[in-house]
Every structure is written in C-alpha cells, then in structure tokens.
Design a protein around this ligand. Sequence first.
Ligand code: PHE
Length: 340
Amino acid sequence: MKSKIATIKEEINNYSFDSAENLEAFRIKFLGSKGITKELFSELKNVPNEQKREVGQDLNDLRNFAEDKYNHFKSQIATQKSDDNKIDLSKPGEDFEIGSHHPLSLVKKEIISIFSKIGYVVSEGPEIEDDWHNFTALNFPPEHPARDMQDTFFIEKGEKEIALRTHTSSVQVRVMENTQPPIRTISPGRVYRNEAISARAHCFFHQVEGLYIAKGVSFADLKQTLLFFAREMFGEKAEIRLRPSYFPFTEPSAEVDVSCTLCNSKGCNVCKYTGWLEILGCGMVDPNVLDSCGIDSQTYSGFAFGMGVERIAQLKYRVTDLRLYSENDIRFLKQFKTGI
Ligand code: PHE
C-alpha cells in the first residue's frame, strides 16, 4: 500500500497541465468520486490495524497534495484566460461608420451662421398656432385665400381657430409682442401646408424667416442684407434681383432671385434658361402689423424676409425631388457626410 501511494504521488507530481480539459481529467482521475484517492481510502480497511494510522495519514497527505496541485493550476488557467481578454493597444483600431447631418440641417445651420454674423438671433415658436399669430396679426384680411382649407391644416375651426402654422412669420409676431425694437431675429422651423405631395410640393417644409425693426430702416437696408446673404451662401459672384410681389404683411413686397451659379447666368435647365433662381420673399413690414403687435409704426420701421430651406438645399445640392428630404433613404442621406 505504501509503495502504491508513493507511485501515485510521483504520477501526480509529474502530471503536466496545459488546458482546462486536462485539468478536469486530472480532477476526475485523482480526486473524483470514483478516482484513485477515493479507491485507496476504501482499501484502507484491508490494511493491518497497526499500520492503519500511518497509511491513513499518508493517504490524507496524498489527497492534499493532489488538491493543492489541482487548485494551483486552476487559478493559473483562470489568470491566463483574463490575460487573453486584455485589449492589445498596439493593434490598429476598428473602423466605425460615421453618421451624417441631414442636408436640411446643414443648410439651416449655414443660414443661421450667415445671419448671426450680422447680429441676428434665433427665435423659435410653436408649430400649432392660433389664427391671430398665423394670420390676423399679419394683416391677412378675413377672406384671404391663404386661410382657406386648401392651404391650411386646421385643428379647430370656429371661435378660436387653431391650425398648423403655415409660415414662421407667426414666431416673429410673438417676438414683436414681447420685445421692443431694435429687433434683429431669424426664425427657423417647420411649416405645414395642405398640398398634394409631389416632387415639387410637400405638405410640410422648412423656412427661415428674418425680421429687422429699428428706427429709420429702409428698403436699401433690406436689399443690402439679402445681397450679403446671397454672396455668403452662393459665392461672392452672386447677384440678386428683386421683382415686385404681394404679401399681406409687407408693403412694398418683393420676390428675390439669385443669379444662377450653376451656369453663371448663361441659362441652364435648373434656371429654366433665365439665368435667375427664385429664393425668397421679402418686403417692408406693413405698419398695420407693427401696430397689431404693439410697436409704434410712427417711430419704427422694419423689413422681413422668408425663405424655404428645401429650396436653398435644392440649389446647393441639386436635389430635384422634394420627397427625398423626408423619406429617410439611407442612400440619399449618406451623401451628406461632412467628415466630423
Ligand atoms: N411668410 C412668407 C411665406 O411663407 C414669406 C415672407 C416672409 C415674405 C417675410 C415676405 C416677408 O411665404
């Protein structure tokens, strides 16, 4: 029995571990419920009585020896595993996909940054508006066609009409009601009109409208401001021209064209061979509007302008179908990666 124990001890001592499977095989062989030490313990009853104590001690030592070896390698394998999970900082990094800003966000940001250079601050307001802020304060006569169901999404008709705003001029009414001049503000935001969706029209789009009110503001100031904008946006060679127009809230009113930068005004299919592209509406704020909003029209004058962000984006990125802006087609959006 004693020599058997010695041989097994030798075997345990020489056992080499290289994997978790190997370790488990060791446990089963030497320490398992049907393993060698268990078997030896069961043979203890055959040992003559006077040797039992000593052999029992040897067996205990053998089991402890096997257990120590087992535990030692077990912890060694565990640390090896956690070493494997450590990040190798010398490896090259993994590629990741960079997102992109929506083209309308890019253009909106650019418009805001151009006007902020000349002192305009951003103002925002609700998309659900009452009749006063969207129409009445802006000098829309009661029967004006723009109030008609064809153009406006009404939420509540009747005594106090509630609708989705049709332009962000409503925000400027709120600014005028709450601030005294000088006022220099731009209002970016989404607006809604009840139109059939096609490549050229949509039931919602985005605007940036501007307002400047102070003492002695003239039409010349308006023209110069818009020329500054056009050159910042479309390049220093850009020219503008103003055509007489009509809006209830401005008098006089104009529509503004910018020289076609795609063909250098020579004529192309984008400018329909006119050399000009329409970009915005503008005019001197009607004194009725100033008075409605609590600003003394005898003391102050001002100008306003409004542009569609989609229209500017269309000219900048040559997007020919308005629907692309809201369809979330990843192939379209991916083209506007700016690398930041
Ligand atoms: N509010 C007008 C529109 O939505 C644009 C505009 C703003 C025109 C200011 C003139 C002055 O079409």
